[in-house]
Design a protein around this ligand. Sequence first.
Ligand code: PLP
Length: 435
Amino acid sequence: MAKKENSEEIYNKARQVISGGVSRNTVFRMPYPNYANSASGCYITDIDGTVRTDFANNMAALIHGHSFPPIVDAVIEQLKKGTAYTLASEIEVAFATHLIERVPSFERIRFMNSGTEAVMAMIKASRAFTGRPKIAKAEGAYHGTYDFAEVSQMADPSNWGKEDQPSSVPLAHGTPPCVAKDVVIYPYNNIERTLNILDKHAEDIACVIVDPVPHRVGLVPGNHDFIEALYAWTRKNEALLVFDEVVTFRVNYGGAQENYSVKPDLTSLGKIIGGGFPVGAVAGRADVMQVFDPHEKNLLLPYSGTFSANPITMTAGYQAMKYFDSEAVQQLNSLADIAVKQIREAIKLAGVPFSVTGAGSMFRIHLRPDPPTTYREAYQDKEGKKLVNELLDYMYYKENTLMINTFSCMLSTVMTQKEIDQLTEGLFRAFKALK
Ligand code: PLP
């Protein structure tokens, strides 16, 4: 029998055919990524035979862990009936109805294939509805890879600009200059500075985009006053307030927006609503969503996608969300509260100057004594990244625990106190080893 290749051997071949050896930078680990063999519940087994507890959950996308039986069963039934039709499928209507009933700000919805696409469609819808060219986004916030959404992700602080006037710098080389011109950058959670900046572009801003718990900005929830100030500003200036809930939809039954008194005009969704399959969606006010309506005589936003609302994703997503009911949300969030409490105790006991931020079932550990409040404070310089990587490596190789590369965890409903204890004990040993 031919010798079974290990991850290192496969990776060496991968580098010959895939640019960089991987199609997702986030799966890369030094010196090579491990290749998954199978996964079930909260455990992943790689082809080299190591079993790891999964606190990454496919970058926050799996709310019930791996191979959740109700999803698997429903998807197998649908697979036998076909995977994608040119015709519409009823399951899309059932799933849309579920999501609209779930969240008060959702009056209409449209499905697509990724969070990046959802953010792009949301921005285009905002421009089409208002007839304005600009968007405003928080400094450093990640919203996927659409040109306009990825402005201000600079690795080099010398590009940041002044704190009260953050620079609009595109991420990818070769981005047309008009992109930076049409993206206004505001400092998250700072009302005075943000409103000053927005006022300068008041007549051109189509939407203010905000992630209510932006992970690159430290996984710090938006202050209520701040979100309300953005809402008031958009009402006064006839712009839209749009939430990127691609990640944060897991925070509450109705998404993180349930925690605020104001309703966004539009919301982008992705990750958990696909039940483990590629997905995106935009939902919101019926009059704004009308820009997508092909029956309109004057169609403002022609938009379609070959695999949008494909029946496999719709089936898996519907099951995932049905099982993520209020009770499941509460149970999961309580488990996360316990985890955060235990991690804070581990930090104290190990005597390391670290802190924890988060919301709902997500949390992030920071290598600073006080939790960050801004992107600049949450930013890891070269030395900080090195330490984070050492800790992640300890967890991965010594504790067989997979975390997200910002030193974050995204819990799933199949986790129990056992996995939380394992995580916090592992972290304690990692903290001690670092000292
Ligand atoms: N928006 C946010 C807040 C995200 O975190 C992500 C991905 O991590 C995206 C959008 C893009 O989603 P996708 O990776 O599905 O394109």
